[in-house]
Design a protein around this ligand. Structure first.
Ligand code: CP3
Length: 355
């Protein structure tokens, strides 16, 4: 039995009835919060913020103190793994994260460090330990990693590019090289997620932010199958075998049926999917997370409430929905609008939970 007081999200993930739809928000710790900006200034840089456990746990808690959220997500970035593997992560305010020397050839892949990766990522484990202490078992803590495909895009492109031509060409002109990179990432990501669970993460999430770039066959081969291997590694570890896994492929709406067979416990939906259709596709044993367009938060009080109700009505009666945005919240959102959304979801959804 879990010791966590607000157990709604874990209940949903385990198929246990809840009194209302639980809610958390992707990127809930971020620049739309003035208190985040303050801590980030104190840290000196985004990367320092990620690598200083005391400050990373401080910003993880900020949205929890401000809003009535049903989960925390550890503040970090998906690019911590490539950084630990030897591609030095850089960050510029107007450019976002990037690597100066992205992967170009087989030698680059062979020289990536994939031993003792968790040792180098100990700062994330420390941030989780400190966050769990601050959360005091009030709500669960989500740990996460990028998917092998999504991490490969950054490692090969150097940053989020417009067309992703280099990696999308590699799918066709050098698939063996890409396979080798993805194999290394499967191992590192599995170890990293096990490390996070050991440190105290209650739920694990795979962010496949760029899976939607691929055609169906290559999505299965280069993105979904590697995620399945990770899930199977987690199921085979005593530390993670009972930890629920959320799989989010942005742009994955066409592949919900195959994603539902991946072994994950919940599927993250972006806003382009109709949640009522998605529910029919994945069936009653799979949880859905999502899927409000993040830009809905720039609307009026009335339009925000309407947009949230459409999703809650679309899902209808049942206990397997975790409300979220369909992607991360952006830096220009007024935090008061998010408070309004959270309160409305929690109130309005009660009528669908007469358990
Ligand atoms: O959700 C949370 O509150 C936890 C924190 C979190 C961050 N990044 C913090 C962050 C999580 C879960 C991520 C994951 C992440 N990072 C993804 C997957 C999710 C997604 O958005 O698709 C990706 C693709 C990245 C890579 C990344 N990191 C990009 C493309 C950027 C720049 C975009 C932007 O918003 O500026 C980042 C930087 C980043 N990661 C910020 C935050 C709060 C903004 C950094 C800052 O200036 O302080």
């Amino acid at each position: 039995m879990s010791l966590i007081k607000n157990n709604r999200i874990l209940d949903v993930l385990n198929g246990v009835p809840v009194d209302r739809t639980p809610i958390w928000i992707m990127r809930q710790a971020g620049r739309y919060l003035p208190e985040y900006k303050k801590t980030r200034t104190k840290a000196g840089s985004f990367i320092n913020l990620c690598k200083t456990p005391e400050l990373a746990s401080e910003v993880t808690i900020q949205p929890i103190e401000r809003f009535n959220l049903d989960a925390a997500i550890i503040f970090s970035d998906i690019l911590t793994i490539p950084d630990a593997m030897g591609l030095e992560l850089q960050f510029e305010d107007n450019r976002g994260p990037y690597f100066d020397n992205p992967i170009d050839n087989l030698e680059d892949i062979k020289s990536l460090i994939d031993k003792d990766i968790t040792h180098k990522l100990d700062y994330v484990a420390q941030a989780i330990v400190q966050t769990k202490n601050k959360l005091n078992n009030e709500i669960p803590l989500i740990g996460f990693s990028g998917s092998p495909w999504t991490l490969s895009t950054y490692m090969i492109e150097g940053s989020a590019t417009k067309e992703f031509r280099k990696i999308r060409s590699m799918v066709f002109n050098n698939p063996k090289m890409l396979e080798l990179l993805i194999k290394k990432l499967i191992n590192s990501i599995s170890e990293y997620l096990i490390m996070q669970a050991k440190a105290g993460a209650d739920i694990l999430m795979l962010f496949d932010s760029w899976g939607g770039l691929l055609d169906t066959e290559n999505y299965n081969y280069f993105s979904l199958n590697p995620m399945k291997e990770i899930i199977s590694n987690l199921n085979n570890s005593n530390i993670t075998k009972n930890i629920p896994i959320i799989l989010f492929t942005k742009g994955g709406g066409n592949w919900l049926n195959s994603i539902s067979k991946s072994g994950c416990n919940a599927i993250g939906l972006d806003w382009t999917s109709d949640i009522s259709v998605a529910r029919k596709i994945v069936g009653e044993n799979m949880c859905l997370q999502g899927n409000l367009d993040p830009c809905a938060l720039h609307g009026t009080e009335e339009s925000i409430k309407n947009a949230a109700e459409k999703i809650i009505d679309g899902y209808g009666y049942g206990n397997r929905h975790i409300f979220n945005l369909g992607h991360g919240i952006d830096q220009y959102v007024n935090p008061d609008n998010l408070a309004l959304l959270i309160n409305h979801v929690q109130e309005y959804s009660k009528k669908y939970h007469k358990s």
